[in-house]
Design a protein around this ligand. Structure first.
Ligand code: ADP
Ligand code: MG
Length: 291
């Protein structure tokens, strides 16, 4: 199998122009929970164009609507208004049931591995439930993926026997085996210590260099956002829509030295200012709601 440049039969690195697609167009999307009852406007007239093979990072105050937007993109939630296209085809529009497809794969915030299954069984789970691949082939593909990222030898281990950093890597491989065009990550490294996080960053950047999947990555951590992203979008406080879009003009491949680059520090200052402004607004709105 070949996962966008990650399989054994993969040729040279897939570049950003790899034809597997992953172009996302978010058009004037609004998401209101319970429009006739509690009426929470989580996302309002949010528009974003994400190019195939782009690493887009979303930051914003807690509760601003980031996860809501990701859930709409994933097909877990319907949207109230607007539309979303993937490679030119509508995947979400009001009143239309959306099928969560394996073309968009979510890596969740908290460990989502089945504790009673081994690493290998966890990774092959997706292709097996979708009956997309015969078991022997799926197992071989999983072993290849593990070997590609230097994790051979843990196939038979159970999640509890692994460090949280290794568990996260297995979760990402479990998503990759489905050959998605887009990977949706909702604060995937939250809760990891600084060292484990930095290992994860390098892992994800290496994967990105090799696969060039479209990444939609949510985080609270501005260093993480700038280190990983091609663009960082700072969202407004709820309802969420883009407030500031920062182009991260740091060359790839990146390593930890990028963190000391003056461009990095400038971008961080701009992002911090925008996030702080929105967090203050959220705080004041909270005070008003409580008053
Ligand atoms: N299923 C739901 N029903 C009602 N309100 C919800 C639901 N999910 C999220 N919300 C509300 O929508 C807002 C945005 O939430 P969320 O998208 O989780 O924000 P973030 O991910 O930025 O922290 C919050 O006010 C939250 O309470
Ligand atoms: Mg969230």
């Amino acid at each position: 199998m070949s996962v966008r440049g990650l399989g054994p039969d993969a040729g040279p690195k897939a570049g950003p122009d790899a034809k597997a697609g992953g172009d996302i167009s978010i058009r004037e999307v609004t998401k209101i929970y319970d429009p006739d009852g509690i009426h929470v406007v989580a996302v309002e007239r949010c528009s974003l164009e994400i190019a195939a093979g782009e690493f887009l990072v979303v930051v914003g105050p807690s509760g601003c609507g980031k996860t809501s937007l990701l859930n709409v993109l994933a097909g877990f939630e319907d949207l109230t208004d607007g539309e979303i296209l993937l490679d030119g085809k509508p995947i979400a529009a009001p009143g239309r049931p959306v099928e969560p497809g394996s073309d968009r794969i979510v890596v969740f915030q908290n460990g989502a591995l089945f504790p009673w299954k081994t690493v290998l069984e966890n990774i092959v789970y997706g292709p097996m439930v979708q009956r997309r691949r015969e078991l022997g082939r799926a197992r071989q593909a999983a072993r290849n993926l593990l070997a590609q990222v230097g994790l051979e030898g843990i196939e038979g281990s159970y999640p509890a026997e692994l460090s949280s950093g290794v568990q996260r890597r297995v979760e990402i491989l479990r998503a990759l085996i489905n050959e998605p065009r887009v990977m949706l990550l909702d604060e995937p490294f939250r809760g990891l210590d600084a060292v484990a996080k930095s290992v994860m960053h390098q892992f994800l950047l290496d994967l990105f260099e090799r696969t060039r999947l479209t990444m939609f990555f949510i985080t609270h951590d501005l260093d993480e956002a700038i280190f990983l992203g091609d663009r960082v979008v700072v969202m407004t406080t709820r309802p969420c829509c883009p407030k500031l879009v920062l182009q991260v003009n740091l060359p790839r491949p990146r390593d930890h030295r990028a963190l000391g680059d003056t461009r990095f520090l400038e971008l961080k200052r701009a992002a911090l200012e925008a996030v702080h402004e929105e967090a203050l607004k959220a705080f004041r709105a909270g005070e008003r709601e409580l008053a």
